[in-house]
Design a protein around this ligand. Structure first.
Ligand SMILES: [Zn+2]
Ligand SMILES: [Zn+2]
Length: 649
């Protein structure tokens, strides 16, 4: 008999050789129907692989990321089987799962696959899936594997085999298809109920441009037909909300090849939006005890030699800037932290100065490969809502709680109601790579767990995910389309205080080294705004709207009155524009709607006579006539509605 420990803490005694599927069946048949694979002692296994010794067991279903990966990777095998049936002689390289679905890199030989063939492939996949073919795991010696693929004349798999160690090689077979694969896979193909081929693209063998170009076939599958429909609807909606498209349509930002790839140009409306976000956070940070600082966009190369950035990233980043002075070299700053460390060092510090919280909207530059650049989410120059907290070891827990409060305030104010957090700690086994004292790590890790617990965050703990220089807490938000985005990080750092030899005098009159906490609720303004655009589809909350009002005179006779209104509203900090064009009022309203202006003020003869405005709100329609005072009061109330005061209960 062996002992199987389940995540709920219960332990089951079962016979040696029992499978995860057997355990699932002993719990309930419903559960067993949904089990895709299982985590056995932290390793993902086929659900029907026999367990031979005591083990920790977690059953994985569609709800688990790892379960989904097993499902999608198995679907890549199913797609390969369909492709082999449809295109005899086709050769396969690798077929991993990706964030949404999977792909397989294939050498189509004399065939070509285009979007016209997608339906045919999907139909074949579903036909094969209905056969409920089990995925069979077959351990094989390297020599046997080589002779198998030699016989098949499959140089791709022979290439893969070269790098594999004898004794650890497995083949997997389902239906008529056998692949070299370490697994794991779902129990049988019948779990796959819906399939869609999404795209084909060229992909060089091993990513090497001098090698043969293969065809990368992307697909996605689901355990229910309905889920595929929902997914495709989401993809359509995501296309409409793409921040690159909306950013252009709403005149928020642009790129110019002449300025340089990946360097966003903020247009007036985008700059207005960004400024609102900055002011919002600055106000809250002031209340939370942060002190604003400003540091230059460049720093001497020596600064980054001290910080370690030069050694780590120097070669792959923007190269040093030379000056007429011999030997003088500067770097575009890739991070604000080194500058802030130098601010800490500008004068002797005592424990009474701690925690010292230095905040800066600091613009940094990192050289991303041009193929990696993507709208505002991957750029080469961006502004972090950065801050560094210098504190004593016993202040870490309190500081974490305070930063969590700030992050949650940001989420709440911007309508992100669904979020989760990941606590990244040291690996349980190998602790040799982490710098800093063990006791400090223990304390900080416990502090983060405790702070997250007290703030009732929905957290997962990831062992081995901590950076070598400290544990961290990352936030993930779910957007309106159900997509997850990583926002906001709080990171403990034992390294930079060492490298910069930071010190403070403690109450014991001795010198101590402070801990540094890096934190950024938005992450970067560029990325945050990209996510905000996609989450709101460009319908920003009133307080953030670059243009809150559009004043629409019915004809030029009412222009003076419109201008007068505009100036008065500007006095009350309500922003927008007057539509002076010689267009019909219907057209003006339509254009304001297209530009996602929240409030429209229509003025004609009656309004001018009575010193009133006719108000229309986007998405709500006509709100009737108001005096200027009434409208100002209404607008201010609506503006303030969504931004609670920071620190208010
Ligand atoms: Zn596989
Ligand atoms: Zn930092």
């Amino acid at each position: 008999m062996i002992k199987i420990s389940l995540p709920d803490g219960s332990v089951r005694e079962v016979e040696k050789g029992t499978t995860s599927m057997d355990v699932a069946l002993s719990i309930s048949e419903g559960l067993a129907r949904n089990v895709l694979s299982a985590k056995v002692n932290g390793e993902i296994w086929d659900a029907n692989r026999p367990i031979e010794a005591d083990a920790d067991l977690q059953l994985l279903t569609w709800k688990d990321t790892d379960g989904k990966s097993t499902f999608w990777h198995s679907s890549a095998h199913l797609m390969a089987e369909a492709l082999e049936a449809l295109y005899p002689g086709i050769k396969f390289w690798v077929g991993p799962p990706v964030e949404n679905g999977f792909y397989y890199d294939v050498d189509t030989g004399e065939h070509a696959i285009s979007s016209n063939d997608f339906k045919k492939i999907e139909d074949k996949m579903i036909e094969l899936a209905r056969g409920k073919s089990p995925f069979e795991r077959m351990p094989i010696s390297k020599a046997d594997a080589i002779s198998y693929f030699k016989e098949k004349d499959d140089n791709y798999k022979l290439d893969l085999l070269e790098g594999l160690e004898d004794g650890n090689i497995t083949l997997y077979k389902q239906g008529n298809f056998t692949d070299l694969c370490r697994g794991p896979h779902i129990p049988h193909t019948g779990f796959i109920k819906a399939a869609k081929i999404m795209n084909v693209a060229g992909a060089f063998f091993k990513g090497d441009q001098s090698k043969k170009q293969l065809t990368r076939v992307y697909g996605i599958t689901f355990p229910k037909q309905g889920e595929l429909k929902e997914y495709l609807a989401m993809v359509e909606e995501a296309k409409k909300r793409d921040h690159r498209k909306l950013g252009q349509e709403l005149d928020l930002f642009a790129f110019s090849d002449k300025v340089g790839k990946g360097l966003p140009l903020w247009l007036p409306k985008g700059a207005m939006l960004r400024e609102r976000l900055e002011n919002f956070l600055k106000k809250a940070q002031l209340k939370a005890g942060y002190l604003p600082v400003i540091t230059p966009h460049i720093g001497s190369k020596k600064l980054y030699e001290t910080s370690g950035h030069w050694e780590k990233y120097g070669e792959d980043s923007f190269q040093p800037i030379l000056t007429p002075e011999e030997g003088e070299e500067f770097m575009l700053k890739p991070m604000n932290c080194p500058h802030h460390c130098e601010i800490f060092k500008t004068r002797p510090r005592s424990y009474k100065d701690l925690p010292l919280r230095l905040a800066e909207f600091g613009t940094v530059y990192r050289y991303e490969q041009s193929g990696e650049l993507h709208g505002l989410t991957r750029v080469r120059g961006f502004t972090q809502d950065d801050a560094h907290i210098f504190c004593a070891n016993d202040q870490v827990e309190d500081e974490f709680k305070k930063v969590i409060d700030l992050v949650l305030y940001v989420f709440k104010s911007l309508g992100y109601d669904e979020f989760s957090a990941q606590i990244s700690l040291r690996s349980k086994e190998d602790r040799s790579k982490y710098i800093g004292k063990d006791e400090d790590w223990d304390r900080a890790e416990q502090a983060i767990i405790k702070a997250a617990g007290e703030k009732e965050l929905d957290t997962v703990i990831a062992y081995g995910e901590a950076a070598f220089y400290g544990p961290k807490l990352d936030f993930m938000v779910k957007d309106a389309l159900g997509r997850k985005w990583q926002l906001g990080t709080i990171q403990v750092d034992y390294q930079l205080p060492n490298r910069f030899e930071l010190e403070y005098v403690g109450a014991d009159n001795q010198k101590h080294r402070p801990v540094m906490i890096h934190r950024a609720p938005f992450g970067s303004l560029e990325r945050f705004i990209a996510i905000l655009i996609e989450n709101t589809a460009g319908n920003f909350p009133l307080w953030l709207s670059p243009e809150q009002i559009a004043i629409l005179p019915i004809s030029e006779k009412y222009e003076d009155y419109a201008n007068e209104l505009f100036l008065e509203l500007q006095e009350s900090d309500i922003r927008g524009y007057v539509d002076h064009r010689d267009e019909k009022i219907g057209r003006k309203i339509r254009d304001a709607e297209v530009n996602k202006i929240p409030l429209m003020l229509i003025v004609g003869e009656k309004e001018q006579e009575e010193r009133k405005v006719s108000v229309r709100r986007k998405g709500e329609g006509d709100l009737g006539q108001m005096t200027l005072e009434e409208f100002t009061a209404y607008a201010n109330q609506e503006i303030n509605k969504n931004i609670p005061k920071f620190g208010a209960k």
